[in-house]
Design a binder for this molecule. Structure first.
Ligand code: E4P
Length: 216
């Protein structure tokens, strides 16, 4: 399973990259709006850090404009994957842009039919938003399981990128459901590693070791 980080913060990306487990980055317009600098500069800095795909999202709504914007974003750096929301215009643009060889991450996916259409249009990644589905009383993880089954039934190569992740439990469940990638908020990356019994156990080992050394 690949681990992406879900942020546009260069500092957070550097920290996660230093852990040695980072396979890529996903950004969105909300993440971008929190950073200093131009869209292009932020992406170039991120691409210098990470050895993997970096998703950057279009903000156009009409399909011809999405296609033009996607072309410009893809030219920023070879690591860039263009994020396109799954609307009717988005779908037309996904088909066109993918056929031109640009990798597309289809975003704001909340249903299996949206995921099926994205795969048929040639998307590289589909991003089901599991946390936002949980927020409205659905079971977001069920969508990951359903998409996995559909893609496997037909041999679609579109990678399932579990997005809108809120907890380590989401990561475990997404792995069990066969998601290809999970994109993680920085806080969840830290939670993946932490366990109170590890801290307690380490303290006890070191206390015992030091007490033994002092007796000698
Ligand atoms: C995915 O690519 C999105 O950027 C992200 O996962 C959205 O997560 P949120 O629901 O926590 O905003």
């Amino acid at each position: 399973m690949k681990f992406f980080i879900d942020t546009a913060s260069v500092k957070e990306i550097q920290e996660a990259n230093a852990m040695g487990i980072l396979d890529g980055v996903t950004t969105n317009p909300t993440h971008m709006s929190k950073e200093e600098g131009t869209f292009e500069d932020i992406l170039l800095r991120i691409c210098e850090i990470v050895d993997g795909p970096v998703s950057a999202e279009v903000v156009s709504l009409k399909w011809e404009e999405i296609v033009a914007e996607a072309g410009k974003i893809a030219k920023i750096h070879p690591k860039i994957v263009v994020k396109i929301p799954i609307t009717l215009d988005g779908l037309k643009a996904i088909k066109r842009v993918s056929s031109e060889g640009i990798r597309v991450n289809v975003t704001l996916c909340f249903s299996a039919t949206q995921a099926l259409l994205a795969a048929k249009a040639g998307a590289t990644y589909i991003s089901p938003f599991i946390g936002r589905l949980d927020d409205i009383g659905h079971e977001g993880m069920e969508l990951i399981r359903t998409i996995r089954e559909i893609y496997d039934n037909y041999g679609f190569e579109t990678q399932i990128l579990a997005a809108s992740v809120r907890s380590p439990q989401h990561v475990v469940q997404a792995a069990l459901a066969g998601a290809d990638v999970v994109t993680l908020p920085p806080a969840v990356i830290k939670q993946l590693l932490a366990h109170p019994l590890t801290d307690i156990g380490l303290k006890r080992f070191l206390d015992d070791w030091n007490a033994w050394k002092q007796k000698k």
